[in-house]
Design a protein around this ligand. Structure first.
Ligand SMILES: Cc1cc2nc3c(=O)[nH]c(=O)nc-3n(C[C@H](O)[C@H](O)[C@H](O)COP(=O)(O)OP(=O)(O)OC[C@H]3O[C@@H](n4cnc5c(N)ncnc54)[C@H](O)[C@@H]3O)c2cc1C
Length: 368
């Protein structure tokens, strides 16, 4: 016995949840997730920051179009802290002033500030580390869990089904529809499959008998330290202009530190390497006078990139009804509100609105 749906979305991270919520208004959606918990992989491991000037141009379009959602979310979002202001301070040592110039030249709101001003904003900066500094003022911390749950609630309220512990193990096109058999033995059919499997995106395509597009999952490590005696609550996210380390305050007395590592890996439940944690702390300590007595907690997640590091949203041209929604790299949360609107419109064949101009550039078939 199989159950029929209009769309089967594979992967219940932020991408699959948000797309399912948007499609759920008009389509019967099955959202398949192999883990016992939605968001177990990359979505639950992000740094949760929205930065306008991050990622390639197509990503920035979706980041910008998501701004209003974060600032004026729907009433039932479930938190009054979906977006909490967090400026971004860029520090440029002598060898990185070119990188700072390039950031400022984009004209997307990064202004150069004096080192004296930078030190007022983040008093731990070590004299002599940086020659110049830039400040981006409209960044914010995102409540990722609240946003993810909001999309899952929306999807369910519209009659969609979240099917946890259902790994899509067989995906076959038969008589004009997809038949998806899961690890729990369920068989569902749907004319459309949306591949929102993150690091597993190429694997899901292979299961469906399609060629991969060259996705590369890359490990990124993060650690939480206690920066006492500093009170860091109102510090900005501080990073090198070349983006080889950053810190991000977590409440009053915690700091997240990362070496901005990007180590190619395979899709799995990735764990942090001690060496990467140590590199992150070492780079931070070259810039900031912070004594690290112990690492309270560390984790790693897979940021998955396409070969040109931009998004891959669109239909596979080898078979009808297989839609790719992958390549969100380090920007899948901040882009989710607008990206999901775009993807739902593309799947339905409707007017995609202002994001439509990026569709030709993010076609996954550019890698074939
Ligand atoms: C350290 C770190 C910091 C980051 N910081 C930020 C940030 O500040 N801002 C930002 O916007 N982004 C950030 N990101 C990136 C962001 O987290 C990702 O872009 C986003 O979570 C990707 O969501 P996803 O739904 O594609 O992936 P995932 O959350 O990994 O979801 C994919 C899901 O597919 C499921 N799946 C795979 N194969 C199958 C199958 N065969 N059947 C059923 N289910 C399957 C998996 O179990 C998984 O749950 C960060 C990432 C990391 C690791």
């Amino acid at each position: 016995m199989s159950e029929q749906f209009d769309v089967a979305v594979i992967g219940a991270g932020m991408v699959g949840a948000s797309v399912s919520a948007r499609l759920g208004a008009t389509h019967k959606v099955a959202l398949l997730e192999m883990e016992a918990q939605a968001g177990f992989h990359t979505t639950g491991r992000s740094a949760a920051i929205w930065i306008r000037n991050y990622g390639p141009p197509d990503v920035r379009v979706l980041t910008g179009l998501s701004y209003d959602f974060y600032q004026n979310p729907p009433e039932d979002i479930g938190t009054d802290r979906l977006a909490v202001g967090r400026r971004v301070l860029y520090l440029a040592p002598a060898a990185q002033t070119g990188a700072l110039d390039a950031l400022i030249a984009q004209d997307l709101g990064i202004e150069e500030i004096s080192m004296a001003r930078a030190k007022e904003i983040c008093p731990a900066i070590i004299d002599g580390y940086a020659m110049r500094a830039g400040l981006e003022s409209d960044g914010f911390d995102m409540d990722v869990a609240a946003l993810h749950q909001f999309f899952l609630r929306r999807m369910r309220a519209a009659g969609g089904q979240l099917m946890l512990r259902h790994k899509a193990g067989r995906i076959e096109r038969k008589n004009g529809v997809w038949e998806v058999e899961t690890s729990s033995g369920a068989v569902i059919t749907a004319p459309v499959v949306v591949n929102a499997a993150g690091a597993w995106g190429d694997e899901v395509a292979r299961i469906a008998g399609l060629q991969p597009i060259g996705l590369v999952p890359c490990r990124r490590t993060a650690a939480i330290i206690d920066p006492a005696p500093w009170d860091v609550e109102h510090w900005p996210l501080v990073q090198s202009a070349a983006h080889d380390w950053y810190i991000r305050p977590e409440a009053r007395a915690k700091l997240m530190v990362t070496p901005c590592d990007e180590t190619p890996d395979v899709p799995h439940d990735v764990q942090p390497e001690e060496l990467d944690v140590a590199i992150g702390i070492d780079r931070m300590q070259q810039a900031l006078d912070i004594n690290v007595r112990r690492v309270e907690h560390s984790w790693a997640g897979l940021r998955t990139f396409t070969p040109d590091r931009s998004l891959a949203f669109g239909w596979d041209n080898a078979v009808p009804g297989f839609f790719w929604c992958v390549g969100q790299g380090g920007y899948g949360i901040q882009t989710a509100p607008a990206a999901s609107v775009l993807v739902a419109a593309m799947v339905k064949g409707e007017d995609p609105g202002p994001a439509g101009r990026i569709i030709p550039k993010i076609n996954p078939m550019r890698f074939r």
